[in-house]
Design a protein around this ligand. Structure first.
Ligand code: C2E
Ligand code: CA
Ligand code: CA
Length: 695
């Protein structure tokens, strides 16, 4: 077998150049590619060793000025791990052993030089092994140092726990994060520091990808810590390594965000989002167990007034107190949420009968109506409550909320401080109203509102004395809608202002058009809503309508319902007086319906009094002996006393007409003469005067 060629850098310490050559020959023969240098004294050896990276040193045992022993000394002094083989003549067992002891690798007899190459090989191999081992040790030391450095400087909490639940290692970060010294910790285990509620999971001896738990720090505070554990073998025993970090501030932040996302900042109660969440859960649960969920809308009745008069800060305090009162009235498992403003929702997660919800509503209403103090000021609240219940088929969150809201709204409308249950009939009304309201906004611009005119006749000669303008809504889909349907809605939504102005302008314009075309019309009556009188600039609106149309002010009569003047304040009286000064006439409409005090009536600058048509329709046959007849007679008397023109409305029969004429009514109006007519027909009617002739 051809020996493989290996490079060998050999330092030969030998006084005989022949012997050195023999060594070289022998090694070359064995496949070494040599690079050698021969030295023969200490200085040469030192100098040679200082410079080159030798693989091996081959030395004679004894030379004239140097020795193998000296070579070994030099070698160990220069701390180079270079094997040294003594190549010499016979030296005796004792000397050989001595050499080996002092550090020579081996001894080869010059007479058996064939042993040199195997010995060199062995020496090289062992040196290589030593080097590798050293490198490995070095690497290990380095990595240990590295890991220690990491562990010691990590902000994470690194710990190792034995099976007995004791710490066997804790990183110094424990001191900075939790405030415990290493010694203190090593005397305990993690379980002693973990919050009792979080202990269970940690007690299980297993690897965990992620855990979050609370640990008590040295100051006794609970800190949130998140981490993972893994199981390792160490010193033949399983240990648990945990790496964790303090997430208290993140937790706090998350909590705060959660609070913001799910709670109303003012009251601290759940907000709409959380309410829906709770309601969803309650509904799912109720469905499973066959019970009902009650949803209650609670809305303070007088809150807006209180807020406006006493200020928003005070209002906020009242809301907080009110929220507290509601909370006090319900059980722990019930949810009380605030939707904003003074609107609260209570969810009763499991009820069996409507009475259960009714009881809670009564309790809330009773609790709220007890006067309480806010900032030293006495407050009396009342609330309206609407209740909707889920049932076997009806579990929609939005419907429940909407229905409870609707029931609350109707409770409020029917008088305050009450509760009402939702009924399916309410929904129809509400949808209807909502649709109408939406349509109405567009209707104004589209000119869908038209005026019809109903004549008023002088009862003396049955001549037309004037016309009453009555508004209708020509709805593209629903056809003609009567004012009783949309006027209340317009009043609620504020659209009445625009609508009223439109009616006023159109009535004036039409009247002037008639007058200019030679149609004799002395008076146009226009109905006003109470809401219009509350607009401070209303007088200007009337003035503008007169100016624009050119209508004589005395031709315009404004009809104001009795109820609009009944709860009037001074402002309304001023307003009426200002209107009067414009020269327009004023009439009290629907008189008798509102039972206004007569002394009050005297203060109003009125021209006419229109008796509510229900008194007229209440007249029996031609008799006039009933109660309504008595009232009508009294009203006429009153009107005359106040020097008012007395007008009877809703005259449908000749008997009624006769009665009114006989009772002294000045004017009359009703289907008997004419229904309200569109402008064109009304114009025709005016031309053919007199319209109606008895007999
Ligand atoms: P109102 O001012 O008392 O108007 C008279 C109402 O009685 C009219 O109803 C008229 O059509 C009706 N009527 C007239 N004669 C008879 C009769 O012989 N029998 C019966 N059963 N009814 C008769 P309409 O037009 O439906 O108006 C209803 C109410 O709507 C009015 O009552 C008035 O309060 C209000 N209204 C009508 N137009 C306007 C308006 O332009 N502005 C305001 N704010 N309210 C208006
Ligand atoms: Ca009227
Ligand atoms: Ca009327």
């Amino acid at each position: 077998m051809k020996p493989e060629i290996r490079r060998l850098r050999a330092l030969i310490v030998e006084d005989s150049s022949d012997d050195a050559e023999l060594i070289r020959l022998e090694l070359r023969r064995n496949g070494f590619e040599l690079e050698t240098r021969r030295v023969e004294d200490r200085a040469g050896t030192q100098e040679a060793l200082a410079n080159c990276g030798w693989d091996i040193v081959l030395t004679d045992h004894a030379m004239p000025t140097f020795s193998a022993k000296g070579v070994i000394e030099v070698l160990s002094a220069c701390d180079a791990d270079i094997p040294c083989i003594v190549v010499s003549g016979a030296i005796g067992e004792e000397a050989a052993v001595d050499l080996l002891k002092s550090g020579a690798f081996d001894y080869v007899n010059k007479s058996r030089l064939n042993l040199l190459a195997p010995t060199v090989n062995r020496a090289l191999r062992e040196a290589e092994e030593r080097r590798a081992r050293r490198a490995a040790e070095e690497a290990l030391r380095e990595s240990e140092a590295r890991f220690r450095l990491i562990a010691e400087n990590a902000r994470d909490l690194i710990a190792m726990t034995n099976m007995a639940g004791r710490y066997v290692y804790v990183s110094p970060s424990h001191a900075t994060v939790l405030g415990y010294s290493e010694q203190a910790l090593l005397a305990t285990g993690p379980l002693e520091l973990i919050h009792p509620e979080d202990r269970e999971r940690f007690r299980q001896w297993r690897a965990m990808d992620h855990y979050e738990l609370r640990m008590r720090d040295a100051g006794g505070e609970w800190r949130w810590v998140e981490g993972s554990t893994s199981l390792v073998m160490w010193q033949g025993e399983p240990h648990m390594v945990s790496i964790s970090r303090d997430i208290s501030s993140q937790k706090e932040m998350t909590e705060r965000l959660k609070q913001l996302a799910y709670y109303d900042p003012l009251s601290g109660l759940p907000n709409r989002t959380l309410l829906r969440d709770r309601l969803r859960q309650a509904l799912a649960h109720a469905r499973r167990v066959g019970r009902s969920v009650g949803v209650m809308f609670v809305d303070f009745d007088n809150f807006k007034v209180l807020n406006d008069s006493l200020g928003h800060e005070f209002g906020d305090d009242v809301l907080q107190a009110g929220a507290h009162l509601i909370l006090e009235s319900v059980r722990d498992e019930d949810t009380v949420a605030r939707l904003g403003g003074d609107e609260f929702v209570v969810v009763l997660p499991a009820i069996d009968a409507p009475e259960d919800a009714a009881k809670v509503a009564e309790k809330i209403l009773a609790r709220i109506s007890q006067p309480f103090e806010v900032n030293g000021q006495g407050v009396a609240l009342s609330a309206s409550v609407g209740i909707a219940l889920s049932n076997g088929t009806h579990f929609e969150i939005d419907d429940l909320l909407k229905h409870a809201d609707l029931a609350m709204y109707l409770a409020k409308e029917s008088g305050k401080g009450q509760y009402r249950f939702f009924t399916p009939a309410m929904d129809v009304e509400a949808v209807e109203r909502l649709n109408l309201e939406r349509d109405m906004r567009g209707a104004l611009d589209k000119g869908e509102f038209v005026l019809h005119y109903q004549p008023q006749l002088d009862l003396d000669d049955l001549q037309v004395s004037g016309m009453e303008a009555l508004v209708r809504w020509q709805h593209p889909k629903r056809g003609l809608i009567m004012p009783e349907v949309f006027i209340p809605l317009a009043e609620e939504t504020g659209l009445i202002r625009a609508l009223g102005e439109l009616v006023l302008n159109e009535a004036c314009r039409q009247t002037v058009t008639w007058q200019k075309s030679g149609i004799p019309i002395r008076r146009i009556a226009v109905n006003l809503s109470a809401k219009q009188l509350q607009v401070p600039t209303f007088v200007e609106t009337v003035e503008a309508a007169l100016d624009r149309s050119g209508l004589e002010p005395s031709c315009l009569e404004l009809e104001i319902t009795e109820s609009a003047t009944a709860d009037t304040q001074e402002e309304t009286i001023h307003m009426l007086r200002a209107l009067k000064r414009l020269g327009v006439h004023l009439a009290i409409d629907d008189f008798g319906k509102g039972y206004s005090s007569l002394s009050y009536l005297k203060r109003l600058p009125m021209d006419a009094l229109k008796v509510d048509r229900n008194f007229v329709s209440g007249l029996e046959g031609g008799g006039g002996g009933n109660e309504d007849a008595a009232i009508l007679r009294a009203v006429v008397e009153l009107g005359k006393n106040l020097q008012l023109r007395v007008v009877g409305e809703g005259i449908e029969s000749e008997d009624q007409l006769d009665f009114l004429t006989g009772s002294g009514f000045d004017e009359g109006q009703g289907f008997l003469f004419s229904r309200p007519l569109p402008a064109r027909e009304a114009g025709r009617l005016l031309r053919r005067e007199p319209v109606w002739r008895a007999g």
